[in-house]
Structures are given as structure tokens and as C-alpha cells.
Write a protein that binds this ligand. Structure first.
Ligand SMILES: Nc1nc2c(ncn2[C@@H]2O[C@H](COP(=O)(O)OP(=O)(O)OP(=O)(O)O)[C@@H](O)[C@H]2O)c(=O)[nH]1
Length: 203
């Protein structure tokens, strides 16, 4: 069995990997995400994922031979990249701009095989259609605090689920990690997704 290090503090990424049979070692990168500005959204997500992955891969606590996965998610709306809202007022402003419209949730992924220092990276993108929320619904959702903790100020699998009318593309990518893309990146490195499984029973 190969060890996967998840270079992310995201509880949703950890839960997604666990549900898919992988028990990663979590080592948070602590990367300052403000250092990259002005890039196109998909490129921004990719470069931040690469920074997080590289920052963790060099840590002493990474097990020998481990694979390190870094991710970063942003919502693209009108060509701009949106991470987590700055505060409640920002979250309200964002929702008033995106309600009834369509955005693209980009998640950058970077996998580094510490043995041989091999790297594979790519961004997965999922189109997200938002319901036309009323001002009262926006205020109620922002008051829960959830929008402040997530890129794009929404979740597809949490309280925000009622406000996403549809998606085109990978669901898990919206949550924070595209499982099929990680499988492909591992394959590029000559690694196997099924070798990461820590249990051999489904559900
Ligand atoms: N559960 C859930 N979380 C989401 C959704 N959309 C975005 N997120 C979370 O929003 C966060 C995006 O911020 P990032 O900077 O990529 O990651 P982070 O949580 O700050 O953690 P790091 O990887 O350590 O930076 C991640 O934790 C995502 O899992 C969603 O639809 N559902």
C-alpha cells in the first residue's frame, strides 16, 4: 500500500478521500494564498495547488516514498477568481451577483511522488448553476457561517445544496478534490489509485 499525504486543511477533501477508500496523512501547507494574484482562475488554482504540494513535499515528516497531493479551489464568475469570502458582507455581495447565474468551480490538483521527485498537475473544472435566491435566503445562508468557510461562498453537499440547481462535470471536484483526476495524475506518475486503498470493503 502506498501512503498519500494530503497537503490540505480541508475537512471536505479528507472526507471525500476517506469515502473513496483512502486514509491520507494530513500535513497542512500553510501557504499564503494571497501571493498569487491576477492570474486567470484555472491557472491560479493550479499554481496554488503546486505551491501547497511543494511546500509539504519538502517537510521532514513526509513518509519516505509517499505521494503528496495539493489542491486549491476557486469559483470563476465573469472571468474573476473567487476563493473564500473576506467576511459576511462580501458573501452577501457575492451571492447577489451570482444568484440565478452560472459559474465554474476550478480545483487545481498537484501530485508529487517523493521518490524520484516526479510531479503531475492539472485543473478540473465543473460548471455550477445557482438558484435565484431571495435577499432573505442569502441573508439566512450567510448567517449560518458556512459560505465564509468555502471557495465561492457555497457548498454543493452542505447547506448550500438547495441553492445549486445543477452542475456539469465532476461533483467531487466542487467539494474540493476530483477523484478521477487524481487517478489520472497518479497514472501519469506510474502510480496506482487502487494501491492507495486502505480497506477492501465497499461502504
Ligand atoms: N464541503 C464542501 N466544501 C467546499 C465546497 N466548495 C469549496 N469547498 C471547500 O472550500 C475550501 C476551498 O479553499 P482552499 O484554499 O482550496 O482549501 P482550504 O480549505 O483553505 O485548505 P488548504 O488546502 O489547506 O488551503 C476547501 O476546503 C474546499 O473543500 C463544497 O461544495 N462543499
Amino acid at each position: 500500500m502506498t501512503t498519500l499525504v494530503l497537503a490540505s486543511a480541508s475537512p471536505a477533501r479528507l472526507a471525500t478521500l476517506r469515502q473513496a477508500g483512502v486514509e491520507p496523512v494530513v500535513i497542512v501547507s500553510g501557504v499564503d494564498e494571497s501571493q498569487l494574484d491576477g492570474l486567470p482562475p484555472a491557472e491560479l488554482a493550479l499554481q496554488l495547488a503546486e505551491l501547497k504540494c511543494a511546500a509539504v513535499a519538502q517537510r521532514d515528516e513526509v513518509p519516505a516514498g509517499a505521494l503528496v497531493l495539493g489542491c486549491d479551489s476557486v469559483l470563476e464568475l465573469d472571468g474573476e477568481a473567487y476563493g473564500k469570502p473576506d467576511d459576511a458582507a462580501d458573501a452577501v455581495r457575492r451571492w447577489r451577483a451570482m444568484r440565478g447565474r452560472t459559474g465554474v468551480l476550478h480545483t487545481g490538483h498537484c501530485v508529487r511522488a517523493t521518490a524520484g521527485d516526479r510531479v503531475a498537475a492539472a485543473t478540473a473544472s465543473t460548471t455550477v448553476h445557482f438558484a435565484d435566491l431571495s435577499d432573505e435566503e442569502i441573508d439566512a445562508y450567510v448567517a449560518t457561517g458556512e459560505p465564509l468557510q468555502v471557495a465561492g461562498a457555497f457548498t454543493v453537499d452542505g447547506l448550500g445544496g438547495a441553492f445549486v440547481t445543477g452542475i456539469e462535470g465532476d461533483h467531487h471536484n466542487v467539494v474540493g478534490v476530483s477523484l478521477p483526476l487524481v487517478r489520472e495524475l497518479l497514472s501519469e506518475l506510474g502510480e496506482s489509485w487502487t494501491e492507495l486503498w486502505t480497506r477492501n470493503v465497499a461502504l
